[in-house]
Write a new protein. Structure first.
Length: 181
């Protein structure tokens, strides 16, 4: 029994030394297409496409992403305008909404656009109900439409941790890998 207790104490001590990064499982993959981006340039926040089963997850990620770009990277970012026209079935297609936002950004003279997708936003079943988040981000050169940086990541939180808090930590991890000129 003493060996079991000592082993448990050793695991807890190691976890405390590793810090808050251990507070959930996280994976982030990044690919840079062409060097770095200019964080002082004119940036547009394009739609975050929602492929999850959660209502409004894309909008939640857009708001958190906008805040993190401003506070962490000091990027002056402008969000795409929401259509005031009545929504037809074509307006509900996420990719068409993205293309309209990209056209707006090009017309307004933005250099970069950042967008992404929500692939998972849920709580796992079970006693603890851990948050499970899966996201992608991409930075495009607005004029060419070429992707210059992309990242995908997933993160799960501990029991009773909020999905938005888990998503915020994942977005912070992903954006920390965005290299600037």
């Amino acid at each position: 029994m003493r060996i079991l207790v000592r082993g448990f104490v050793a695991v807890l001590a190691t976890a405390s030394l590793l810090g808050p990064g251990l507070a959930g499982c996280s994976v982030v993959d990044v690919q840079k297409e062409r060097g770095s981006v200019d964080l002082r340039a004119k940036w547009a926040l394009l739609p975050v496409l929602d492929y999850s089963d959660s209502t409004q997850a894309g909008g939640r990620v857009e708001e958190t992403l906008s805040s993190l770009l401003r506070t962490r990277l000091r990027v002056d970012v402008t969000k795409y305008p929401v259509s005031t026209e009545s929504e037809s079935p074509a307006d509900l297609d996420e990719r068409q909404r993205f293309q309209r936002a990209l056209s707006w950004a090009k017309k307004e003279g933005f250099q970069y656009g950042i967008s992404g997708s929500v692939n998972e936003w849920r709580y796992r079943s079970g006693a603890d109900g851990e948050a499970a988040i899966g996201l992608t981000l991409q930075v495009v050169e607005v004029d060419s439409g070429k992707t210059v940086w992309t990242a995908s990541g997933s993160r799960s939180g501990w029991g009773r941790e909020t999905a938005s808090g888990t998503a915020q930590r994942l977005l912070r991890d992903m954006l920390s890998k965005l290299e600037s000129k």
